[in-house]
Design a protein around this ligand. Structure first.
Ligand SMILES: O=C(O)CCC(=O)C(=O)O
Length: 276
């Protein structure tokens, strides 16, 4: 299969079991196997990788970077830069799973991000995404799509089970400080951590307030991951209260107004699907 052939698996429905919705509700995340076939990943991985490498701005050697910048090469909003990446990010299959899990009728794109943990790349500190986003409800969700089988040694995304209900540690930007504070919060609440590997084609969805983390990449291969962040299409913008909120207003949801919907040209509704 090539990325120009249609229809593709990315357009086809994946049946989300009621049990998966219940797990998302209880645990704050869910891992789903067989969402993408090896053929789909093989077709799109080169396009995602070349787009990430073309737009990567990180040139500081790994050992000289901060903890956050050691965690991964990060490129946000790759979809406008490559047509195949746009088809991947706009996938009705992935977006409908997000809507089903969030238990909403419709989701819009908040942003996409390529997150490549280099060989020797460091820990992704514990954090909750939604601290960084000025949103009016908890209906935000990220699909984390590994573009290879991802062993424990590569630093798969891990989750504190049920931590979307935990408030202690939420109000900290991803950093060394969040790593320590959230770990302490998770430990004192006695939450389990799911840190297992991902099979090829397996993906996870996690809520914006779920605490998550990834260990360093101890292999000689990059841990290649594409993520897509969705929000309820009816979610509104709240007044910004931290520097990350101001950055998001300017760069991720440009033109969205406090109190309004995020209906900007770069945050389209992805489910129900629009004509491609
Ligand atoms: O890929 C990682 O190491 C971190 C991913 C993450 O924090 C996210 O997708 O929200």
């Amino acid at each position: 299969m090539t990325t120009t052939e249609r229809p593709s698996e990315l357009d086809e429905e994946y049946a989300v079991a009621a049990e998966a919705v219940a797990r998302l509700r209880n645990d704050g995340f869910v891992k789903l196997t067989g969402v993408l076939s090896p053929a789909t990943i093989a077709a799109y991985e080169p396009e995602i990788t070349s787009t990430l490498l073309e737009h990567n701005t990180q040139s500081v050697p790994l050992e000289k970077r901060s903890t956050y910048h050691k965690a991964f090469l990060q490129v946000t909003n790759m979809w406008p830069r490559n047509e195949a990446v746009r088809r991947f990010v706009f996938s009705p299959r992935l977006a409908k799973i997000a809507a089903d899990l969030l238990e909403v009728e419709s989701v819009r794109l908040f942003a996409d991000q390529g997150l490549y943990k280099e060989p020797g790349g460091g820990v992704t500190p514990w954090h909750a995404d939604q601290y960084h986003w000025p949103l009016s409800s908890d209906r935000s969700i990220t699909v984390w799509v590994p573009l290879q089988e991802t062993s424990r040694e590569m630093g798969p995304l891990s989750f504190a089970v049920g931590s979307h209900r935990l408030e202690l540690g939420r109000n900290i930007e991803i950093s060394d400080e969040s790593e320590a504070a959230v770990q302490a919060s998770v430990d004192s609440a006695g939450l389990q951590v799911e840190d297992g590997p991902y099979t090829l084609g397996e993906v996870s969805y996690h809520l914006g307030w779920t605490f998550h983390h990834a260990n360093p990449n101890r292999t000689a291969m990059p841990r290649k991951v594409m993520t897509i962040i969705y929000v309820d299409s009816q979610i509104r913008v709240i007044p910004p209260v931290n520097p990350a909120h101001f950055g998001v207003l300017e760069n991720v949801i440009p033109g969205a107004k406090v109190g309004g919907l995020i209906d900007t040209p770069v945050n389209p509704v992805l489910w129900p699907a629009i004509a491609a």
